[in-house]
Design a protein around this ligand. Structure first.
Ligand code: CTP
Length: 402
């Protein structure tokens, strides 16, 4: 999955011959699942039509501060466009536009939007080789990078003038790869390893029966996905669950019983930076597992249960650099019980869900949590989808480890 999936990209096109390549660029962004809006400088329309770009981007193309629509004059709000975008990409960026960007000139919609945008900006210069080499262009490129904008370097090759040299806009696929790699390298959990436990455990009674619970695994899988989206390498240890996950950074380890989950968790824990234990581990297991299916001969049947190992507490005992997070599912005295678990199990934070809250807990698609950290700060969140809750949890962890 691309880091650009579901991201909002504002593509600014200026008047260079390479503008014809932006049709492919828009298609590539869309193919990766991004949403694209296009702003063109008025002169760039001589190189590619707004109709082509609005058709490919499935959005109207903006190029002036206002347009006549029926009898009403409509103002194109450059501030709104700038705030809408997760990323702004200016390609091709001519020497003229680069110079104006570097000096705060805003005599067209694209420049005004650039000046008011708050998101990361990428720019791909395109011009003739002597223009590219001119000290004023070099100064613009340097200034823009000092502003924090990202230069996608021009390449060498045959230019529109017939001259051969540096100044060709990077190819659309290379622009996309440059942006993806840059985003990946800046993710807050890049280079970090995260262990997640998820789902229920099944404790065998005999070869066909077990003691289990209703945990779906949804919360843990969502946390694994959220951590991977922040760049972490994730080890997801899952009890029996129908959940699926497709992310190149998530390694799934399937287990069945609490004992298997304990062994797997201890195998990975020493190498991780963060561990989030969201599994609903059985607290008890049958003391003896019948080797044959138990027949219904007796009028009643007693199964002697013995405690399972507490995985979270055992990791709390051996933790060194790891940031360890547990879950607490409570029905009463929620905050007090959760804080007790946080201390007892030597955690860095605990995620509390109360069964008193509608929409929180096991078999739902939503959850309502309070995160309590080691200093006993409490941070309550609204009822949200489990995917959103997972993002909140990972963001709170990132804040505390950096
Ligand atoms: N947990 C675990 N191993 C167990 C039991 C629980 O790792 N054998 C973890 C869960 O994944 C969760 C946390 O411990 O992160 C809280 O589990 P919970 O069952 O609510 O806590 P307990 O300490 O078992 O307390 P109680 O059941 O009495 O509320």
């Amino acid at each position: 999955m691309s880091v650009l999936k579901e991201k909002k990209i504002l593509l600014g096109i200026t008047a260079g011959i390479a503008a014809y390549k932006t049709a492919s660029l828009v298609r590539l962004f869309i193919k990766l699942g991004a949403e694209v809006k296009v702003i063109m400088t008025p002169a760039s329309k001589d190189f590619i039509t707004p109709l082509t770009l609005s058709t490919l981007s499935k959005n109207p193309v903006h190029s002036t501060f206002y347009k006549k629509e029926a009898e009403n004059e409509m103002w194109n709000n450059h501030v709104d466009l700038g705030l809408w975008a997760d990323y702004m990409v200016i390609a091709p960026a001519t020497a003229n536009t680069l110079s104006k960007m570097a000096n705060g000139t805003c005599d067209n919609l694209l420049l005004a939007t650039y000046l008011s945008s708050k998101c990361p900006v990428y720019f791909a210069p395109a011009m003739d080789l002597d223009m590219y080499l001119h000290p004023s262009t070099k100064e613009s490129l340097e200034k823009l990078q000092n502003f924090g904008n990202n230069l996608i370097p021009a390449t060498s090759g045959e230019l529109a003038s017939g001259l051969v040299g540096e100044g060709r806009m990077a190819e659309p696929q290379d622009i996309v790869s440059f942006i993806e790699n840059d985003i990946l390298s800046k993710l807050p959990l890049k280079g970090k390893k995260v262990l997640i436990t998820a789902g229920p455990t099944y404790e065998a009674i005999d070869p066909v029966r077990f003691i289990g619970n209703h945990s779906s695994g949804k919360m843990g899988f969502a946390i694994a996905n959220a951590a991977a989206n922040l760049g972490a390498e994730v080890y997801l240890i899952s009890g029996p669950s129908n959940q699926q996950i497709k992310h190149s950074l998530v390694h799934r380890i399937d287990v069945v019983s609490a004992e298997e989950m304990y062994t797997a968790a201890h195998t990975y824990f020493k190498d991780v930076d963060i561990a989030v234990l969201s599994a609903a581990v059985a607290d008890y297991k049958p003391q003896n597992i019948a080797s044959q299916k138990i027949k219904k001969t007796a009028a009643s049947l007693d199964i002697l249960l013995t405690p399972t190992k507490d995985i979270l507490a055992s990791l709390g005992k051996i933790k060194k650099h790891q940031f360890l997070v547990g879950f607490a599912l409570e029905t009463n005295n929620e905050l007090e019980n959760a804080k007790g678990k946080l201390k007892r199990k030597n955690l860095d934070a605990i995620v509390l869900n109360s069964l008193q809250d509608k929409g929180a807990g096991f078999a739902t698609d939503t959850n309502k949590i309070t995160i309590i950290d080691k200093e006993l700060n409490e941070k309550p969140f609204d009822l949200k989808s489990k995917e959103e809750v997972a993002v909140d949890i990972m963001n709170e962890i990132v804040k505390r480890i950096s």
